[in-house]
Write a protein that binds this ligand. Sequence first.
Ligand code: PGA
Length: 251
Amino acid sequence: MEIIVKDTVDEASAIVAEILLRQVEEKPDCALGLPTGATPLGVYARLIEDFRNGCGCYNRAHAFNLDEYLGIPGTDTASYAFYMRENLFRHIDFMQRNIHIPDGSAADASAEATRYETQIAARGGIDLMFLGLGRNAHIGFNEPGSPHDTRTRRVALTASTMEANARYFAPGSRQPTHAITMGIGTILESRRIVVLATGIEKASAVAASLAGPITDAVPGSALARHAHTTIVLDRDAAHELDRILALEIDA
Ligand code: PGA
């Protein structure tokens, strides 16, 4: 596992954007796994800026979203389909038919999860999976306790995840309690994984994931099972890890 620590969120985001850009350059028809949330915004902003400057071509690449809320349609402004469209897809040249997101309004969530796994397999698996890390060390919506061999499925969100994401919902609107997420097993089958975690509120999740035992209680600890994972942190997110490991700071 490679761990890169940068001084700032911007610098950390630039590293991840560079890894994604290199992936599409090396394999234009690659399959990318993409997350939502606050963490990836700086990465997506950079990819958009690069694209406007002539760098990066995504018109043969496939995008597979890591997760989606259940019970809201992709047109809802709180959906991850909406987030991806606004923060990335409408600014660059992904083909609509190559954008894959679980359908949060599917009547049969487990059939939708199976369909999604089949779609990933049909593309030959994910080449590069980009992930954030939850404050509770979740990856995707694989909450603590998720076995490391799970597949894409319907999951219940924990109170801490709902609280962390409450800011994305208008006061009085109904916040989803369930989601469809790629499983940890699905994520671990990706050829390469890059994780971005920034901010002091991620420091203990980072330390538990990277310096603690591999356990279902800490979904991020599953990353140690993967042969080609790059973890990119800012100094705040590395704060507790720093004290545990003798890190060579690449700043
Ligand atoms: P965040 O979420 O980027 O909004 O902090 C990360 C995650 O929950 O995986």
